[in-house]
Design a protein around this ligand. Structure first.
Ligand SMILES: Nc1nc2c(c(=O)[nH]1)N[C@H]1C(S)=C(S)[C@@H](COP(=O)(O)O)O[C@H]1N2
Ligand SMILES: [Mo]
Length: 529
């Protein structure tokens, strides 16, 4: 009944071509999603992971050959090579998925998980290094299943060869549109991811080229014997790479200092606008300050100490001259985050800083480059605005800041806290002479002592490290330690700090919301005989 006796070449080619197209389109989508998600896990884009692993695994002769063939384009050649292999593989995966579903989808899924696992083994891999590749695999699986659904199953294809009606022109057109859209989304996601990355790469380069001026008033240098050499105890100064990061920015803002300015306005006599060059020309002072997040639970790690370089906000506000009645400064970051800081905290003798440097470097991008606020004694959410561009002098009864709008307290003085760093809960301790050590802080006021209780024993005074206590800056945490002759069995260790006025840290427990956690940090350890 059919007029066609032999399948036309286009038709048989189409039978293999369309599954292959489905495979390739799904792979392009997956890779695009992976590259985009990698904006949140820098260095862990699927291509970067595979390329990096191949470079590391390649024997010297292969590297030499690659360089001999491609010169400085060797990395591009490698990426093109990976792309070609991926296209061939994806075409095969498409064919398999039509012939033996869900084998193709399973291969994509396994591939995503495998590259994700590989990503975790790479140097400098972050906790989320696996995410881009796993997202890529998942996206490819979903796309493949959806596209293949638009193709006749293999049985039908065979039927077709025996004369059953081939898919209509309309079906074929629909499939091609779906495959095209899938590919297009993948390409757009890739380009979008690259654009976002290019922004932060460019700003990183600008940052690397910056030489900050020396401080006119350097931070008091800790005495040479200051650093407590106890394994596991937090260092006095937290390295930038270990400093906790908390913000609402999904993508770290890329702010070019050349385009940066700060505007001070609102209830002021004179509006002040300050550029980056003007800021760097002002006297900069260096202060070590402990910063804490209000969300830090008792014993938590959302706290750290850095040496900040910046200009006192007090001096800038003096230029602007706040009007009588103003009691708050609403600081705003380039991405719209706001914090409400008591005007007094920015004008009193504590050195609230408009900071440009952190531990001897320009601020890292994720810590507010080029300019942020640091206010000793206040939780970050009410004071430490990163990427700050605007200070509005106002009143607490007129303006509400980002977290105040979400139920957190309008004012956020840091609470007196102490933490046991060693021994660590759950880690076995050997019986005999050991040490209990940690940190304690009340920035702005300072800590005069720490007491430790083992089981239900008496509270024992710990020793503060040389640079801590009365002689030290009140703005940074104190390291403390207590020798302990650990006896076999289970023990509970608790600590509590005493502030510079002799007030003892409260044992009454409060959760972080709405104004910071309280209570004593307590760890359970089991001591081996
Ligand atoms: N722009 C901006 N600045 C911000 C935040 C934010 O979400 N956006 N979070 C604040 C909070 S809640 C804290 S605890 C500190 C943390 O600073 P860090 O990430 O440098 O440790 O930044 C503060 N500054
Ligand atoms: Mo925070």
């Amino acid at each position: 009944m059919t007029l066609r006796t032999t399948p036309t070449p286009t038709r048989s080619a189409g039978m293999h071509l369309r599954p292959a197209v489905a495979g390739v389109a799904s792979a392009v989508l997956g890779v695009g999603i992976g590259q985009l998600v990698a904006v949140f896990a820098p260095g862990s884009a699927p291509f970067a992971v595979i390329g990096g692993a191949l470079i590391d695994a390649a024997p010297a002769w292969a590297k030499d050959t690659a360089i001999a063939w491609f010169g400085t384009a060797d990395k591009v050649a490698l990426l093109v090579g990976i792309a070609l292999v991926l296209v061939l593989l994806a075409a095969g995966v498409g064919l398999l998925e039509v012939r033996r579903p869900p084998v193709g989808a399973v291969i994509f899924g396994v591939l995503g998980i495998a590259v994700g696992a590989l990503a975790l083994t790479r140097a400098n891999a972050g906790l989320l290094a696996w995410l881009p590749s796993v997202a890529a695999g998942a996206a490819a699986v979903v796309a493949l299943r959806l596209l293949v659904r638009r193709l006749p199953p293999m049985a039908a294809v065979r039927h077709e060869e025996e004369g059953a009606p081939e898919p209509s022109r309309l079906d074929r057109r629909r499939f091609l549109v779906a495959a095209g859209v899938t590919t297009g989304i993948g390409v757009i996601a890739t380009l979008f991811g690259e654009a976002l990355r290019a922004g932060s790469t460019a700003i990183s380069a600008v940052r690397d080229a910056i030489r900050l001026p020396a401080a006119s008033s350097p931070a008091a240098a800790p005495p040479p014997d200051a650093a407590e050499d106890i394994p596991g105890l937090s260092p006095l100064i937290t390295p930038n790479s270990d400093f906790y990061r908390i913000d609402t920015a999904l993508i770290v803002p890329s702010v070019d200092p050349a385009d940066w300015s700060l505007r001070i306005h609102g209830m002021v006599e004179n509006e002040v606008v300050l550029t980056w060059d003007e800021l760097l020309a002002l006297p900069l002072i260096e202060r070590a300050v402990t910063l804490s997040c209000v969300s830090n639970p008792v014993g938590g790690s959302l706290v750290g100490t850095a040496v900040w370089l910046g200009h006192p906000i007090r001096d800038l506000l003096a230029r602007a001259h706040p009007l009588a009645g103003a009691d708050m400064v609403l600081s705003r970051s380039i991405d719209g985050f706001t914090a409400g800081t008591p005007l007094t905290a920015l004008t009193d003798e504590r050195d609230a800083l408009l900071a440009v440097g952190m531990n001897g470097e320009p601020l890292p991008l994720s810590h507010g480059f080029p300019v942020r606020m640091v206010v000793p004694g206040l939780y970050g959410y009410v004071s430490a605005t990163k990427w700050v561009t605007d200070l509005e002098v106002t009143r607490f009864d007129r303006a509400r800041a980002y977290w105040t709008d979400r139920g957190w307290a309008a004012e956020g003085p840091i609470k007196l806290q102490s933490r046991i760093d060693v021994p660590r809960a759950g880690r076995p301790v050997a019986a005999g002479a050991t040490v209990i050590a940690g940190v304690a802080w009340l920035p702005g006021t300072g800590v005069s002592g720490v007491e430790v209780q083992i089981d239900d024993g008496a509270w024992l005074p710990a020793t503060l490290a040389a640079q801590s206590g009365a002689s030290a800056s009140a703005d940074i945490w104190a390291q403390w330690s207590l020798p302990w002759d650990a006896t076999p069995g289970e023990h509970r260790i608790q600590c509590r700090a005493v502030d510079a006025h002799g007030r003892v840290q409260t044992g009454s427990e409060a959760p972080p919301a709405p104004d910071g956690a309280s209570g004593w940090h307590s760890v359970r350890v089991s001591v081996d005989a």
